[in-house]
Design a protein around this ligand. Structure first.
Ligand code: 4NP
Length: 158
């Protein structure tokens, strides 16, 4: 069993929710001692090459995490082979990623919603409070996922 796993977090534009998720998950993974890599992508290529939205950068900076060097990129079908876990922010993202899996069972098995219940709402058309809410939701979710992965890792002695 390999010890290094690869996580991909995905939203629509890869400028608001998933760049924040990339920073939040990387932070929790590092603190946990797991050696996972983290990347993010969008189901749309509309913002390709752009840094995270200023409001997302500001909220993350307020929480002590610097995401300014990230760049938006679209998810590609090959990401479903190279990544081990793929987490979607909402059901539209989930369905768009599932479509890329092309019916392949091992690809489909990697794809989940990031929250156990519900969705991370798109904060793009709202105010800064929406970004604070997204941070809190992602922070709670990342805590739970990392705990689960740590338990899995200790179970298989890796
Ligand atoms: P994200 O937010 O999916 O969290 O990055 C959005 C960013 C841009 C747009 C929609 C959502 N847009 O329509 O341009």
């Amino acid at each position: 069993m390999k010890t290094t796993q690869r996580l991909l977090v995905v939203c629509l534009g890869n400028i608001c929710r998933s760049p924040m998720a990339e920073g939040v998950f990387r932070n929790h993974i590092q603190q946990s001692g797991l050696r996972w890599s983290v990347d993010s992508a969008g189901t749309s290529a509309h913002h390709q090459g752009e840094p995270p939205d200023q409001r997302a950068q500001r909220e993350m900076r307020r929480r002590g995490i610097d995401i300014r060097n990230q760049q938006s990129r679209p998810i590609l079908a090959k990401d479903l082979d190279t990544f081990d876990v793929i987490l979607a922010m909402d059901t539209m993202n989930l369905h768009d990623i599932q479509r890329l899996a092309n019916g392949d069972i091992s690809r489909l098995a990697k794809i989940h919603l990031v929250l156990d219940q519900g969705e991370v709402p798109d904060p793009y058309y709202g105010g800064s409070e929406g970004f604070a809410q997204v941070y809190d939701m992602l922070d709670g979710a990342a805590r739970q996922w990392v705990e689960r992965w740590k338990n899995d890792a200790s179970g298989r002695q890796s």
